[in-house]
Structure formats: structure tokens, C-alpha cells
Design a protein around this ligand. Structure first.
Ligand SMILES: *[C@@H]1O[C@H](CO)[C@@H](O)[C@H](O)[C@H]1NC(C)=O
Ligand SMILES: *[C@@H]1O[C@H](CO)[C@@H](O)[C@H](O)[C@H]1NC(C)=O
Ligand SMILES: *[C@@H]1O[C@H](CO)[C@@H](O)[C@H](O)[C@H]1NC(C)=O
Length: 356
């Protein structure tokens, strides 16, 4: 009895210590040495200005979704690689069908072969947590969805948390606070699928009733309007350019070589051993979908995939956590009021249960 009790207590203690180690192993935000900018220094309204509410000091911005429209802002410039970050607080209570997106894209310049890096938060019914996904498209590779989906280790509606996208010539890292949650390392085989044309930063809130929550089973309920997402501590680092000149190789194109090299030496551009531990901790506990393990979609994982046995174990052979059968595909309708109505690549119906 005694011995059993001691063992259980020491297991608890070990668990406690290992949790403690993970949290103290996370690199500190101070290490990033980021300087924040005001809304006017970096951004401009994208749509539905009447639903964008700036603070008096213009260093934070609320985006509203109500029955008339969602809303969004965009960086005033395009960046030839960069680091894009903000502290965000998501709307609470019933938010099914609501999507808050923080992403880079150049779809307005290159409609057929755009690049995109996404963080998309997916609202939920009351009492169920928000989920989120990351995605990448390179040079119009939209036939190839690269989604990963996750839960969070905190309630994103209670406090502000920092969400960041790093994009260099060598790698892409998505961060939640100081935890690197996903890295895509460029390799030869990816070819043109690696984003390499200048992109703008977008922040939007919109109605994605047709797919955001449980594959579209729950819609936005406007009796709970407005849905308010709060943004502050904006960081925009990179080489600002005119995208057309840049790619056409015009003589007035800005040479960003120095800025690109500088970006690559910043503390957030490489993952430290502690960061790797935190990433592993996150991915093994909070990732519930990754296209890399989805053998129904990709018999051979796309070339950027790094198969990690401890992650793969969670997904068994199909890539679908806890899924037996594949439910019928659902017809997706266009959501209303938003600007970002792109396809979500057919994973939605398969993720119905997981999305809860
Ligand atoms: C932080 O960044 C500023 C410029 O943005 C630089 O002058 C300063 O030396 C940096 N501090 C550290 C500790 O790296
Ligand atoms: C949730 O709803 C309750 C009651 O309607 C309200 O008091 C509370 O402020 C809401 N919480 C959030 C985070 O919106
Ligand atoms: C990107 O796509 C365009 C149009 O399909 C193509 O001409 C170009 O070669 C591609 N770029 C790369 C780097 O693959």
C-alpha cells in the first residue's frame, strides 16, 4: 500500500516536473526583441470599414462580424519574406460558423498562381473550444491542401495570445506565443510549391457557416452578434516591395538581399533545441489532423512532409484520429460577408467529429 502510494505520488511528481520543464523550456518572448507598430504604420482597412473599431491610440483594432458583414484589414505593403505577428483575443460564447483568419497572401495580384500562409481560427458552439488550422499554398498549388488542425492549451477567448508567421527563403514557422507549432523547411523536391512571391498580411473575421464548425453542421447565430475579435501588438518585419516590379525584375525593383539575410539570422528564424521540445510537446498533444499522415488523400506524403513516428502513431494508418468511416462529402455553400471563400479541400466532412 505504502509503496503503491509512493509510486503514484512520484509518478505525479514526475508528470508535474515534466510539465514544468516544458513550460520553462519555452523560449521567452523577450528573446524575439520585437518592436510593435500602430495600425496606421502598417495597415489599412480591407472591407466593411464600419465594422473595424480602432482604439484611441490606434495601436489595437477590433474586427466585428454582425448580420451585415464581417470585416478585415490588410498590410498597406507587400513583403518579400517577413515576420508577421499580432496578439489576438477571439470572441467567446457561441461562435459556431465564425472564422477569424490571420494570413499572408498575394491572391489579389496572382489569381492563378498565388501564395498563401494561413492561421485560421474556427469558432464553436457554446462550451466547446475554438480549434485552428494552418495551411500553405505555393504558386497556386491549391489542388494540394496542406492543412494541419489543432486544439490550444489555453482558452483563446479569455486573454490575448501572440500568433506569428515567419517566412524566409529557407523555412516557414508558425508560432503560438513562443511555441513553434509547425515548421516547413524548403527542399528541392517542393519546386515552385514553396511560396516565393511578395505577400501582404491579412486579418479578417467572416461567416463560414458552410464549413467552419463540424463540417458545416452549426451556423453562425446572429442573435449573438456582434462577434468581436481583438488585435494588438502588431509586428510587421520584412522587405516592403511593389510585387509587380519585383517579379518582373524591373530596374526599379528593390534589392531585398540584405533584409532577407538579416531576417534569417533573427532569433525566431531558427528553432532552438528548447523550441523543438516545445513543438514536439504541442504536436503530440494538440494536433488532431495533418495532411502528411492522411493516406486517403496522399498515398505518398508531399515532399515537404517530415514523418515523425511519435506523431504518426496518433493517426494510425488513415491519418484520421479516432475515425472509423468516412462520412459522405457535403456540398459546401458559399459563406456570406467574407472575402476569403476559398475551398477547404474536402477534409471538412471527415473532420466533423474532431472539429467538436
Ligand atoms: C533589439 O532590437 C533593436 C532594434 O530593433 C536593437 O537596436 C537592439 O540592439 C536589439 N536588442 C537586442 C538585445 O538584441
Ligand atoms: C457570454 O455571454 C454572457 C451572457 O450572455 C455574457 O455575460 C458574457 O460576457 C459573454 N462572454 C463573452 C466572452 O462574450
Ligand atoms: C509558377 O506558376 C507559373 C504559372 O503557372 C509558372 O509559369 C511558373 O514557372 C511557376 N513558378 C515556379 C517557381 O514554379
Amino acid at each position: 500500500m505504502m509503496i503503491g502510494g509512493v509510486i503514484i505520488r512520484s509518478i505525479n511528481l514526475l508528470l508535474f516536473l515534466s510539465l514544468l520543464r516544458v513550460s520553462s523550456a519555452v523560449p521567452s518572448a523577450a528573446g524575439f526583441n520585437l518592436s510593435t507598430i500602430s495600425f496606421d504604420e502598417g495597415y489599412t482597412p480591407l472591407f466593411a470599414d464600419f465594422n473595424i473599431k480602432l482604439s484611441d491610440d490606434r495601436r489595437s483594432s477590433n474586427l466585428l462580424l454582425n448580420r451585415y458583414a464581417g470585416s478585415g484589414f490588410i498590410s498597406a505593403k507587400y513583403y518579400d519574406y517577413g515576420f508577421f505577428s499580432a496578439r489576438i483575443k477571439l470572441p467567446g460564447n457561441y461562435t459556431a460558423g465564425v472564422v477569424v483568419a490571420f494570413y499572408t497572401s498575394n491572391g489579389d495580384v496572382w489569381e492563378k498562381n498565388h501564395d498563401e500562409l494561413d492561421i485560421e481560427f474556427l469558432g464553436n458552439i457554446a462550451g466547446k473550444p475554438w480549434r485552428f488550422q494552418t495551411n500553405m499554398y505555393g504558386n497556386g498549388s491549391t489542388n494540394r491542401g496542406r492543412e494541419e488542425r489543432y486544439k490550444l492549451w489555453f482558452d483563446p477567448t479569455k486573454d490575448f495570445h501572440q500568433y506569428s508567421i515567419l517566412w524566409t527563403r529557407n523555412n516557414i514557422i508558425f508560432y503560438v506565443d513562443d511555441v513553434p507549432i509547425r515548421e516547413i523547411t524548403r527542399n528541392e523536391e517542393m519546386g515552385g510549391d514553396y511560396p516565393s512571391k511578395p505577400m501582404s498580411l491579412y486579418a479578417t473575421i467572416w461567416d463560414a457557416s458552410s464549413w467552419a464548425t463540424a463540417g458545416g453542421r452549426y451556423s453562425v447565430k446572429y442573435e449573438y452578434e456582434p462577434f468581436v475579435s481583438e488585435f494588438k501588438d502588431f509586428v510587421l518585419e520584412g522587405c516592403p516591395v511593389d510585387p509587380i516590379e519585383q517579379v518582373a525584375g524591373s530596374t526599379s525593383a528593390v534589392d531585398c538581399l540584405e533584409q532577407k539575410a538579416q531576417l534569417e539570422t533573427r532569433p525566431f528564424s531558427q528553432i532552438t533545441p528548447e523550441g523543438r521540445k516545445a513543438m514536439k510537446w504541442f504536436r503530440e498533444r494538440y494536433m488532431y489532423y495533418s495532411y502528411c499522415y492522411d493516406t486517403r488523400r496522399y498515398q505518398v506524403p508531399p515532399p515537404e512532409c517530415v514523418i515523425v513516428p511519435s506523431e504518426q502513431e496518433r493517426f494510425k494508418e488513415t491519418g484520421r484520429l479516432k475515425f472509423g468511416s468516412i462520412p459522405k462529402r457535403q456540398r459546401r455553400k458559399k459563406g456570406r460577408g467574407g472575402r476569403k471563400q476559398k475551398s477547404t479541400n474536402g477534409i471538412e466532412s471527415n473532420l466533423q467529429q474532431a472539429a467538436m
